[in-house]
Design a protein around this ligand. Structure first.
Ligand code: ZN
Length: 308
């Protein structure tokens, strides 16, 4: 998914024309019952604002609103009336452009917009890429909300459920710890083929013997880090640890030594986006159920990295 050539000025003009026309035709009508517990917000007749959708989601999260969270607005206003919603892993420039084309002004992304966990932009103030992206968002009045901490705090975790369902492993997951999955015995190679096919992955990196039999898995989507990876191996003694991403100098070296010391554990690195993308589909389904009158679309941001 590489769109390297792009005619900026023309496409911008076309988009602006498109959104001008589409805003009047895309309805944002909210069913009345959904507003019942959204007290204290500005109600705009038959429309719904960004804040109302955020509050509706957060009200379903055990523990409710977090005092400290990265799930903040990265651009735009909470009072914006929503014309359409896009769910995605990363609000890349390409995803923003597609949202504009769809007449959608609200992007719900799982990961940061500006390249670091807390979306600190101070250090980027004079950066050309940052300035371009921030201007694009502003020009089209796009609101970006990161929904990371909240969706992971759902019980069960919305991302984990999405991934398990896409892998067809929901029925194999431990009811108490969904990340622990016992599948019918298969070779490591067979397991990887299955994951690649179900999650649309071109290539994975792994440590292990392709022919070794595996059944007990620990699945940790995203980038949980060395400590959680090692804790999971020690606690659950899986045949395979499947992760989104890891640091080569940390988890990979631990697994290599674990095998050299006699353990059987294998490691499969799925890729961060592929490992959590089903969470964006989970979000899409939530929106379709809870805010059915607003058009919502899942736009996969694709992998950042290619293989050659
Ligand atoms: Zn995540």
């Amino acid at each position: 998914m590489n769109n390297s050539s792009f005619n900026f000025s023309n496409s911008f003009l076309n988009r602006r024309k498109f959104i001008k026309n589409s805003v009047t035709t895309v309805g944002a009508v909210l069913a009345a019952p959904l507003l019942s517990n959204a007290s204290g917000f500005k109600k705009n007749g038959d429309t719904i604002t960004v804040k109302q959708i955020m509050d509706m989601f957060i009200s379903e999260v055990p523990g409710g609103r977090l005092a400290e969270t990265v799930d903040t607005l990265k651009s735009g206003s909470p009072d914006s009336i929503v014309t359409g919603i896009v769910t995605t892993m990363f609000a890349t420039i390409q995803v923003v452009r597609k949202a504009v084309d769809l007449g959608a002004n609200f992007i719900i992304a799982h990961e940061p917009t500006f390249y670091n966990h807390v979306d600190d932009t101070k250090w980027l103030e004079n950066d050309e890429v940052y300035k371009y992206k921030a201007a694009l968002l502003k020009q089209h009045q796009i609101v970006v909300w990161r929904n990371h901490d909240y969706i992971h705090r759902l019980i069960p975790d919305g991302v984990t459920i999405g991934v398990l369902e896409q892998l067809g492993w929901r029925q194999y997951a431990d009811e108490k710890v969904l990340n622990v999955v016992t599948v019918p015995t298969v070779s490591l190679k067979g397991l990887v083929s299955h994951a690649k096919e179900r999650l649309n992955i071109e290539m994975v990196r792994y440590i292990g013997d392709p022919l070794q039999s595996v059944s007990r898995l620990v699945l940790i989507p995203g980038a949980a880090g060395l400590n959680r990876h090692v804790e999971a191996i020690e606690k659950y003694k899986p045949d395979v640890l499947l992760v989104g991403e890891m640091s080569e100098w940390e988890t990979a070296e631990y697994v290599r030594d674990a095998r050299a010391s006699g353990q059987k554990v294998a490691l499969v690195v799925l890729g961060h986006i592929a490992s959590e993308e089903p969470g964006s589909e989970y979000m899409l389904n939530w929106l379709k159920e809870k805010v059915p009158s607003v058009k919502a679309t899942h736009i996969p941001c694709g992998n950042s990295l290619s293989f050659m």
